[in-house]
Ligand binder design. Structure first.
Ligand code: FE2
Length: 545
């Protein structure tokens, strides 16, 4: 036993240093962003666990050449392009897979340094056992240009478990002058296992290790100088080759840059051209604003889709209309399956876009505008209306099927609303599934105010579809646009009762003498080779009879 004084051990200092980069420096958040935007498939044979030796990263010829450049202090080693070319040699497929596999994200070298360590140099702090200050997830590669046996030195490591024990007693961030070359006595006093290893390094091989996760020390050369290249890697949102177009990296200084200065776009922006990238500086204030204004998330279609799915999942019960004819029953079953599969409709938002362009919701009487949507299927369309500025209190919805307290059960042919109630009525992909279009239109005109807006969208089949179907030998019949197995009496019935729409004129005729003006009129004819569906959308304004 020993009476050596280890009172300088300091656990609290360690916690402070651990927070410095991960939390205060935002490296943890940045790493998560990098992982979210990672788009590669990796097949990793060996996951790095503390440290790993990778053989033959560069040839001995190249190592000899680089050794000469270091020895002569070649100015080329300060040139950005030269260093980037070296990195292209060093980061081969194996090195790349190890690093990307460790971070589970893209990564970038932030600095690289060239070393010539002479045997008579005064010992640096790195010669004592330590871990490096830095983000908890970062990597270093020590590329040996000398053979460790020939130089009579190398790098020693402890494994992660032993390192953790030295962390627990507050050793690993000790002051430089307290760093020990030999931990035997300390290990003995605190009953810690201590089995350092010094792997053999051939010329051109590299040691990839977690400087924060495993203790290490330079075992100073005793026979001849050690030539080495050291590279530090941190996670990044973009591939290192793109990151290194920034002339600041790889840097000479071994400081960890502010993540904001890594100057990389957030997420994957590869579809945008080089003159338009969204940087962290651009996006951070937007995210902060969204946290204070969460309702604005409805501006994002994908957010509506996700919210809709979440709310369908939370819903306790699915209500459905009691009566109805064959078509209604068919539609109900179809839409129930749709909801069960937890899909969300974003299609209705398309019909709402022209309303946005027209600024109806922003007119002077907008707070009082009464809106009725018929057959929204899910709440996605309601959210689309809310984001346009319509007051949710004034938005009614009705469908044959509902999981939501915001969607009432009812039938377009018999609307449970007073005459002359609504300023805006929306039928997104609904009217084609009505078995009596004229009656539906009559009901819409009844509950609409005399100057109400009506917005209708439908998918239909182009004329001549029967021949098309015959040619293609389609085994399905189509109701409105919903495929339906050709079986039993459904086929016969559907032919009788389904009215297909091929153009908006057919819709307008249903409302004929009540249309004051048509403000939006869209007819998409099918690509004859690929599809027989037409898509039609129209918005018009009613007038008194
Ligand atoms: Fe170190």
């Amino acid at each position: 036993m020993t009476d050596t004084d280890f009172s300088w051990l300091n656990v609290s200092k360690q916690i402070k240093i651990e927070r410095k980069h991960d939390f205060d420096g935002n490296y943890l958040t940045y790493h998560m962003e990098a992982q979210r935007s990672f788009r590669r498939n990796l097949s990793i044979q060996n996951v790095l666990n503390g440290f790993k030796i990778i053989q033959d990263i560069i040839t001995s010829e190249k190592a000899l050449l680089w050794k000469k450049l270091i020895n002569s202090d070649c100015p080329c080693l300060k040139e950005h392009d030269f260093k980037v070319n070296m990195l292209h040699d060093i980061i081969n497929d194996e090195v790349d897979a190890e690093i990307a596999g460790y971070f589970m994200s893209e990564y970038t070298p932030i600095w690289m340094k060239f070393y010539k360590n002479n045997i008579d140099d005064s010992l640096p702090p790195a010669a004592g056992w330590h871990i490096d200050s830095g983000p908890s997830k970062h990597l270093k590669l020590l590329l040996y240009l000398s053979d460790s046996e020939k130089i009579g030195g190398g790098t020693c490591y402890l494994d992660k478990f032993q390192t953790q024990q030295f962390k627990n007693i507050g050793y690993v961030y000790s002051d430089f002058n307290n760093r020990l070359k030999n931990l035997e006595e300390l290990a003995d006093q605190f009953d810690i296992s201590y089995n350092p290893v010094q792997p053999y390094m051939s010329v051109g091989s590299g040691a990839l290790f977690e400087p924060f996760g495993v203790m290490h020390r330079a075992n100073w050369p005793t026979k001849s100088p050690r030539y080495m290249i050291q590279i530090c890697f941190v996670p990044s949102v973009e591939n290192w080759k793109d990151m290194l177009t920034n002339p600041n990296y790889p840097a000479e200084s071994n400081a960890f840059p502010d993540v904001n200065t890594l100057n990389s776009p957030i997420g994957v922006q590869k579809n945008y051209n080089k003159n338009f990238t969204m940087t962290r500086e651009h996006l951070t204030p937007i995210f902060e604003w969204l946290i204070d204004n969460p309702d604005k998330i409805l501006e994002v279609d994908e957010a509506i889709s996700m919210l809709t799915k979440a709310r369908i999942k939370e819903s306790k019960q699915l209500y459905q209309y009691g009566g109805g004819d064959f078509v209604q029953k068919f539609v109900t079953v179809h839409n129930a399956n749709f909801l069960k599969e937890n899909q969300a409709f974003l299609r209705p938002l398309r019909l709402l876009s022209p309303l946005k362009a027209m600024g109806i919701s922003r007119s002077s009487k907008s707070p009082k505008i009464k809106v009725l949507t018929i057959g929204p299927r899910s709440e996605a369309e309601l959210m689309g209306l809310y984001r346009l500025g319509f007051d949710p209190e004034n938005v009614d919805a009705i469908d044959l099927l509902s999981y939501s307290p915001n969607i009432k059960i009812g039938d377009v042919h018999d609307l449970p609303f007073e005459d002359n109630t609504y300023d805006l009525i929306i039928l997104g992909w609904v009217l084609a599934y009505s078995s009596n279009n004229a009656l539906a239109a009559k009901e819409i005109m009844r509950v609409g105010k005399s100057d109400a807006w009506v917005a209708v969208a439908c998918n239909g089949e182009r004329s001549g579809v029967d021949e098309y179907r015959e040619q293609e030998k389609l085994s399905k019949i189509y109701i409105g646009g919903v495929p339906c197995e050709k079986s039993g009496d459904s086929e016969g019935q559907s032919d009788k009762i389904i009215h297909r729409f091929w153009n908006t004129g057919q819709i307008h005729r249903l409302f004929q003498n009540r249309i004051e003006s048509i403000v939006f009129d869209y007819n998409r004819q099918p690509d004859e080779q690929k599809s027989h569906f037409v898509e039609i959308m129209t918005i018009f304004r009613l007038k008194d009879e």
